[in-house]
Design a binder for this molecule. Structure first.
Ligand SMILES: NC(=O)c1ccc[n+]([C@@H]2O[C@H](COP(=O)([O-])OP(=O)(O)OC[C@H]3O[C@@H](n4cnc5c(N)ncnc54)[C@H](OP(=O)(O)O)[C@@H]3O)[C@@H](O)[C@H]2O)c1
Length: 419
């Protein structure tokens, strides 16, 4: 096997391979990274350091090498895509942890692998060490799944659970996550849902057999969530998590990523810190849950090595027959029907509730509750209206009208309330 990318995950893979009992199944022969001498100098003193492999900076040398499997762990899109296509075209199987690559090009790359009688495995690309993709591929392949939902981004979950437990502002929770290495300096991909929707697209591909582009999935940011939202959510028996969900109904895939209210006692409500949780719903098997470390070198490397073992075992049984991929290309919609949490920030004055109620009523939307705690500055007063179930599309025009009212200091924060 050739390992390309000797970074956080690549090094952990190399260490696990070196510490495994030598069962003859997996043998690392090449490691490729740019500035390879610098990498070697940094890690050569480690007891697991692989001295007996060919070290190279040349990606083409990897493609020409006599290896059965290429492990792509450089991340990013262009170079990784070239490498993976090159390897598959050369008849080499590929194991990758690259979610952006698989979310955008997974279906095409799977076809390419099949056409070349080799394998493409990407179990580490979603939920790191949690074996949800292998479960979709094998343990649940006998079911017909119709729904997948998850806490797929550890950074968002860390920040939201810190606001919840510390009642600290969003900015402080983000700084803390950055200081502890749970969030990057530019965390936009995490906070604004780009990372989670790429993972949701991969789960939908593997579990629902649909081809969906991440950009077709609506992503809502967690940036406006404030400590006060956890106070109001608690009054409703809920907390707030970034939830990614996909439901297949006939020819439409309902999909959405963003902060949502979930009952405190639900599986999602209990997920703390940077853990991941994925729930699947199947026609025959009902609901299943997968919980664990969604990132980090070692957990992610476990998923990579498990994929390597799967590929090596299948290679040992001979070439795989060419099997065309049967993927549906559904309409993608975010028009879920749920109850809603609306949090307003207003300059207090008489007639606010009457003004909002008039707009809601004009759009045939039913108020469930109005929550207003005492003690806030009247010049920046947060209060909440919850709505009975209605469709996203029905609510949207009312939100625009309410946010344009003169007493509104910010657009209304609108979160679905999930069961
Ligand atoms: N870290 C996690 O927790 C985690 C979890 C799940 C999935 N993943 C995925 O795993 C993959 C690897 O992540 P990582 O955290 O290990 O990243 P990383 O620490 O940045 O490692 C990437 C390595 O690849 C090298 N590299 C980058 N581009 C290259 C190129 N064109 N040619 C040769 N070498 C190149 C880098 O070299 P330099 O050191 O010179 O930059 C670095 O050593 C990514 O797809 C990531 O999304 C990571």
């Amino acid at each position: 096997m050739a390992l390309v990318g000797f970074g956080t995950v690549g090094r952990a893979v190399a260490r696990i391979l070196s510490e495994r009992n030598n069962d003859g199944l997996l043998r690392l022969t090449h490691i490729c990274n740019r500035n390879v001498e610098r990498k070697k100098q940094t890690w050569v003193a480690e007891p697991w350091f692989p001295n007996d492999v060919v070290w190279t900076e040349d990606l083409r040398a990897v493609l020409q090498a006599d290896v059965d499997i290429v492990i792509e762990l450089i991340g990013g899109l262009t170079a990784a895509e070239e490498l993976v296509r090159g390897a598959l075209n050369a008849g080499k199987s590929v194991v990758t942890a690259n979610k952006q690559l698989i979310a955008r090009h997974g279906p095409d790359l799977l076809q390419l692998a099949s056409a070349n009688s080799c394998q493409l495995e990407f179990g580490a690309s979603v939920a790191g060490g949690v074996p949800v993709l292998p479960a979709l591929r094998t343990g649940l392949s006998g079911d017909r799944l119709h729904g997948i939902a998850g806490i797929l981004n550890g950074t968002c979950n860390y920040i939201l659970s810190r606001i919840e437990t510390g009642r600290i502002p969003f900015s402080e929770a983000l700084e803390e996550a950055q200081a502890r290495g749970y969030a990057e300096a530019d965390a936009s991909e995490d906070l604004d849902g780009g990372d989670a929707r790429a993972k949701l697209a991969i789960l939908a591909l593997a579990g629902l057999q649909v081809r969906v582009s991440p950009s077709d999935i609506r992503a809502r940011t967690i940036r406006p969530i404030d400590a006060v939202d956890f106070d109001y959510a608690a009054e409703l028996g809920c907390t707030i998590r970034q939830i990614s969900r996909a439901d297949m109904k006939e020819t439409t895939l309902f999909a959405d990523v963003g902060p949502s209210l979930v009952p405190t006692s639900s599986p999602f409500g209990r997920v703390q810190k940077n853990l991941n949780l994925v729930l699947t719903s199947g026609k025959y098997g009902g609901d299943m849950a997968f919980l664990g470390a969604g990132a980090g070198g070692d957990p992610t490397a476990v998923a990579v090595v498990s994929d390597l073992m799967f590929v090596a075992e299948s290679l040992a049984t001979g070439p795989r027959p060419h099997r065309p991929l049967l993927l549906a290309s559904p309409n993608v919609s975010c028009d879920f029907e749920t109850p809603w949490y609306l949090r307003f920030l207003v300059k207090d004055q008489p007639g606010i509730i009457a003004g909002l109620a008039a707009i809601l009523s004009a759009h045939q939307l039913n108020i469930d509750a109005v929550l207003q705690n005492p003690g806030f500055d009247k010049n920046a007063l947060p209060f909440v209206i919850t709505l009975e179930p209605c469709r996203d599309a029905q609510l949207h025009p009312a939100l625009q009208e309410m946010s344009a009212l003169p007493f509104a200091l910010r657009p209304c924060l609108c979160l679905p309330i999930l069961p």
